[in-house]
Design a protein around this ligand. Structure first.
Ligand code: NAD
Length: 315
């Protein structure tokens, strides 16, 4: 894809044959801004052809604007890469299929699907209205299911047609808000924890077709997190969304074929592999509630506490 040297954020870098994703076709949803934009740029820099999907919505999911996706496409083309924009709503089942089909029509195949599009409508549970719940669940959970469903069918068919496993890649986007539990975000957190579960299950289903599925829990300064607190210039630099994309790109490479069904954190100074739910203490079942209470109290000191928002046992 690339001949020799291209300017990259002011630095000159030889990406020629060492590109880890040369010839691969990627779709990034919500690729017009923030984290999705960084994923698109790094995928392209590593040699992938990129469909930049973005509805161009406001943080709360309202509105539509083609310019964020078009701008990222222009940036990629300027550095010598290949990209097209796509304005489908990822939570529209038929629209998600049109998006997958359009990438395959343009480049003849699909290798990588990064599901990143997202919105926020924070509210305490007792005040949350139905529309706030539905909008957030829809964009995140259905917006993960719909494109992944159509890509999975494509990879299944490819694998059956060729008799070979594909090297398909799905990265979904979770959040510490759901994995650890952030106050004021029952809608967003439930969707994000659901997305992590989705990755674990889809990974088990798609392994036979050679597809890996992993979940990113990112932390970065974007318009979604802008204004939450005052930041020093050092904190701002550490929270640049560009820190998050390298692990995403690695997991999309051929070398990462053995990594699937995992949840990982990236950003705010660290990368981390998360550990999921597992059985702690246990006892034999009972039909007596008093006995159940006694057993709970007996097991209680033997189990680890839920993680706090920092991901360690601090609750
Ligand atoms: P952002 O608002 O900058 O970008 C999200 C993009 O998704 C926007 O460009 C928006 O237009 C697009 N989008 C929204 N709804 C869409 C739809 N239905 N179809 C297509 N595109 C749509 O936010 P960001 O911080 O870059 O967030 C990216 C992802 O990372 C989200 O899933 C978010 O929940 C998640 N996340 C972010 C953080 C963080 O610290 N920024 C933390 C945890 C999780």
């Amino acid at each position: 894809v690339y001949g020799c040297c291209h300017s990259w954020k002011g630095r000159s870098m030889n990406v020629g044959n060492s590109s880890s994703l040369a010839g691969r076709v990627a779709i990034v949803t919500g690729g017009g801004r923030g984290l999705g934009r960084e994923h698109c740029l790094l995928l392209a820099k590593e040699g992938a052809m990129v469909m930049v999907n973005d509805l161009g919505a406001k943080v709360d999911g309202s509105g539509a604007d083609a310019s964020p996706a078009n701008d990222v496409v222009a940036e990629i083309k300027k550095m010598g890469g290949d990209a097209i924009a796509n304005g489908e709503n990822v939570a529209d089942f038929a629209g998600a299929k049109r998006m997958i089909d359009a990438a395959i029509a343009k480049w003849g195949k699909l290798d990588i699907l990064v599901l990143n599009a997202g919105i926020l409508r924070d509210r305490m549970l007792a005040n949350m209205d139905e529309a706030e719940w539905d909008a957030v669940i829809n964009v995140h959970l259905k917006g993960t299911f719909a494109p992944a469903r159509h890509a999975a069918a494509y990879w299944r068919d490819q694998s059956k047609k060729t008799g070979q496993p594909t090297k398909g890649r799905i990265i979904v986007t979770s959040s510490t808000s759901g994995l650890y539990g952030n106050v004021g975000q029952t809608n967003y957190g439930a969707a994000k924890a659901g997305i992590a579960a989705f990755a674990v299950i889809a990974a088990r289903e798609l392994k036979r077709f050679g597809v890996t599925v992993n979940a990113l829990s990112p932390s970065a300064q974007t318009r979604m997190t802008e204004g939450l607190r005052e930041l020093t210039p050092e904190q701002r630099a550490e929270r640049d969304p560009a820190w998050v994309s390298p692990m995403v790109v690695y997991l999309c490479s051929e070398e990462a074929q053995d990594i699937t069904g995992r949840v990982f954190q990236a950003g705010f100074g660290r990368i981390a592999i998360l550990e999921g739910w597992r059985r702690g203490a246990e006892a034999k079942q009972t039909r007596d509630p008093r006995e159940a209470g006694r057993l709970w109290r007996e097991m209680w000191p033997k189990v680890r506490k839920n993680a706090g928002m920092d991901g360690i046992e601090s609750d």
